[in-house]
Design a protein around this ligand. Structure first.
Ligand code: 13P
Length: 340
């Protein structure tokens, strides 16, 4: 029988499907709810996520896995059913965010290291018992005039490798997310700079994963696209972003990793879809490229919902549409006119 980690990783990047990142921490979902003036209570968070997971046709056709936050994996639907049973019913793999957030690196200005290793082995065992088959850890690297330092990249890569090994020990596929932020406040954040930092970060991360004996066929990479910072005066075209991202992955991602599922990182919905689609259209090497979007899958649904039951069908339609557009993008088949 095929190794269970390989099976899960391959299922996550099954053609035409991608991951819904619905693992916003309470602080982050509260910021999202602020946009619709909705109080962030456990009940409202449940209602929102239940609405997404009950978009059954979209979940079945376009979503391979959902990343949950600790609260959600334990939560019940309005009718008392377990929320995760909705995912099991649509054959959607259950993922769990296990880091405890990016914390300031002592003595280093503007840099963070992601925490959460203490007690992780026990938490992973519990999550596996609750039904999770994969996990997520997000490291954050920021580009400023003075960062990233080699030390910050190394510290984050070290934590990612220790997390990944612990996941595999518990038969969970680790999602490896070293995010180079696109929203720094420097004009020096050009696409060239992003290429350089992303390449270097991937090299160090894969080096640490290898040293930690992590089985690369049983992980999924969740990279940023190679993109200019939002304050950069030189904004590249979608084609350039796709080309540079492909070149970066081709040269810095080992080819036995089953696939990369991009984060959206603050790109608008349509750009995130467009860039993924161009990449899948022009790529000349055999690697599965898909999505693991949070905002780019949810933003239009959140706004359509507005916290009101009566808007549920419209919000589900918005989510279904984005999931479908991104599904097409995984095959390089998206085009702008389909957005109308
Ligand atoms: P975004 O797609 O909104 O960047 O979120 C993805 C994610 O899971 C970040 O950890």
């Amino acid at each position: 029988m095929k190794n269970i980690l390989h099976q899960i990783a391959e299922k996550l990047v099954e053609n035409g499907k991608g991951i819904l990142a619905a693992d916003e921490s309470t602080a982050t979902i509260t910021k999202r709810f602020d946009q619709i003036n909705l109080q962030s209570t456990p009940e409202n968070r449940r209602n929102y996520r239940e609405m997404l997971f009950r978009t059954t046709d979209a979940m079945e056709s376009y979503i391979s896995g959902v990343i949950l936050y600790d609260e959600t994996i334990r939560q019940d639907c309005k009718n008392g059913e377990k929320l995760i049973d909705l995912l099991i019913a649509t054959d959607t793999l259950i993922g769990i965010k296990v880091d405890t957030g990016a914390k300031p690196l002592a003595l280093l200005k503007d840099e963070t290291v992601t925490e959460g290793l203490d007690g992780l082995r026990g938490r992973l065992t519990e999550y596996a018992q609750l039904g999770a088959s994969f996990a997520k850890w997000r490291a954050v690297i920021s580009i400023t005039d003075k960062t990233p330092t080699d030390y910050a990249i190394q510290a984050n890569a070290d934590a990612l490798a220790r997390y990944a090994a612990l996941c595999q020990e518990n038969s969970l596929v680790p999602i490896i997310e070293p995010e180079i932020l696109m929203d720094g406040d420097t004009s020096k954040h050009t696409i060239e700079k992003c290429y350089e930092v992303t390449s270097k970060t991937l090299d160090i991360v894969f080096d640490e994963l290898t040293k930690a004996s992590v089985d690369l066929k049983g992980i999924i990479l969740k990279p940023n696209m190679v993109i200019a910072g939002i304050h950069s005066p030189n904004q590249p075209s979608g084609f350039e972003i796709a080309e540079q991202t492909l070149k970066c992955l081709k040269d810095h991602m080992p080819d036995n990793v089953p696939g990369a599922c991009f984060l959206s990182g603050g790109q608008n919905d349509i750009d995130a879809t467009k860039h993924l689609s161009i990449m899948n259209k022009i790529k000349d090497f055999d690697i599965n490229l898909s999505f693991s979007y949070g905002r780019a899958l949810q933003q239009s649904a959140l706004i359509a919902w507005g916290g009101k039951d009566e808007n549920m069908a419209e919000a589900q339609q918005a989510f279904r549409h984005r999931a479908y557009m991104n599904s097409l993008a995984t095959k390089g088949e998206w085009s702008e006119h389909l957005e109308k």
